[in-house]
Design a protein around this ligand. Structure first.
Ligand code: LMR
Length: 342
């Protein structure tokens, strides 16, 4: 063996030993744990997207990351989960967009303005484009990184009294999630908004502590709200969506390659979840109707116009809170898609 063959053999041997020991150390060192807490049932668009994310993220990181998903407010209710994220007690959440206002980023409540998204194309151009990205960036000063938007769908009303037109909402006590924009919307309809944690919604309706509520069909069905409400109306008056967020300090400790894999997995889970959300909301409407416990009313086009008109003043009323420029930017996207804005 000449010198150069000897040194090549030595180099190969060294390389193989290093790879082998790196593999042993990566397979024996404990995985990075990500606690992902959320408030809904696993069988909802958010629940399914979170479980899908867990599956692909764990596969793609080959055991270097373990995602622990805690559904159904098992760890925290709405308000506490955001605090827990900031403190680092959990690392990931997907709160509804409304719930970021409690952190001081009130602009997120723009998503709560009734009928502001005339189509899912408009909605997705907003969330995937500069408007959505800019909103997520605003979370950084709160110690939070926004990774992606996940859909649920459009909300319908349920109540213990029949509702067909906006004036039927008068004096109804409606459970809402924390959002000043939703609060304003209910007051404009003559209803009395009652802010309650999602986990307590079934109970407040069952005990008649509230008369009605609003949510997309998937949340109504999985929380069995249709079992404690006699009437519903398919108004599709407001959007419910989520931002997947991670604790910034934790995120910055992760190796670059892991962050890249997780980012990709979150985006893949968004595609999976959004498709699922669309189908599951239709299926949940069917399931709710077939349950026979609730009478669902489909408003006529004329009645829907009444709902849009009644709720239109909300845009003006909340423009100082969420930003007139932001509302205009979203309306511009709608116009670009051929929708008329009054
Ligand atoms: C609600 O509080 O009604 C929703 O935001 C719950 C959720 O996360 O879908």
């Amino acid at each position: 063996m000449n010198f150069s063959t000897f040194f090549s053999a030595l180099a190969v041997g060294f390389f193989l030993t290093t790879v082998a020991s790196a593999q042993t150390s990566s397979s024996t060192s404990s995985p990075i744990i990500i606690k992902f807490s959320h408030v809904v049932d696993p069988d909802t668009p958010k629940g399914r997207a979170a479980d899908f994310f867990k599956k692909i993220a764990e596969e793609r990181t080959q055991g270097r990351v373990r995602i622990e998903v805690y559904p159904n407010s098992q760890l925290y209710k709405d308000k506490e989960e955001v605090e827990a994220l900031q403190k680092g007690a959990v690392q990931m959440l997907a709160p509804s967009l409304s719930k970021f206002a409690s952190l001081g980023v009130k602009a997120f409540e723009v998503f709560d303005i009734p009928y502001i998204f005339p189509s899912s194309e408009v909605l997705h151009e907003v969330t995937e484009g500069p408007i959505g990205k800019n909103l997520l960036r605003r979370l950084e000063s709160k110690g939070i990184i926004g990774l992606a938007y996940w859909d649920n769908g459009f909300k319908i009303f349920s109540a213990n009294r029949e509702i067909k037109v906006p004036s039927d909402m008068k004096d109804l006590r409606i459970r809402i999630q924390s959002s000043k924009v939703i609060d304003t919307s209910m007051r404009i309809l003559g209803a009395i908004p009652q802010q309650t944690a999602f986990a307590d919604t079934y109970q407040v309706l069952q005990t008649n502590a509230a008369d009605g509520a609003e949510n997309p069909p998937t949340n109504i069905f999985t929380q069995r709200i249709h079992e404690v409400q006699k009437y519903g109306i398919i108004t599709n008056h407001g959007y419910l969506g989520y931002a997947v967020v991670v604790n910034k300090a934790f995120w910055e400790t992760l190796p670059e390659d892991i962050r890249k894999i997780l980012e990709q997995a979150i985006n893949d889970a968004a595609l999976f979840g959004n498709e699922n959300a669309f189908q599951e909301n239709i299926l949940s409407l069917v399931r709710i109707t077939l349950s026979g416990t609730i009478q669902l009313y489909t408003p006529s086009p004329e009645e829907l116009t009444l709902w849009r008109k009644a709720l239109h003043p909300v845009q003006k009323e909340v423009s100082d809170r969420v930003g007139a420029d932001l509302i205009k930017a979203i309306n511009d996207v709608s116009e670009k898609h051929g929708f008329m804005i009054e």
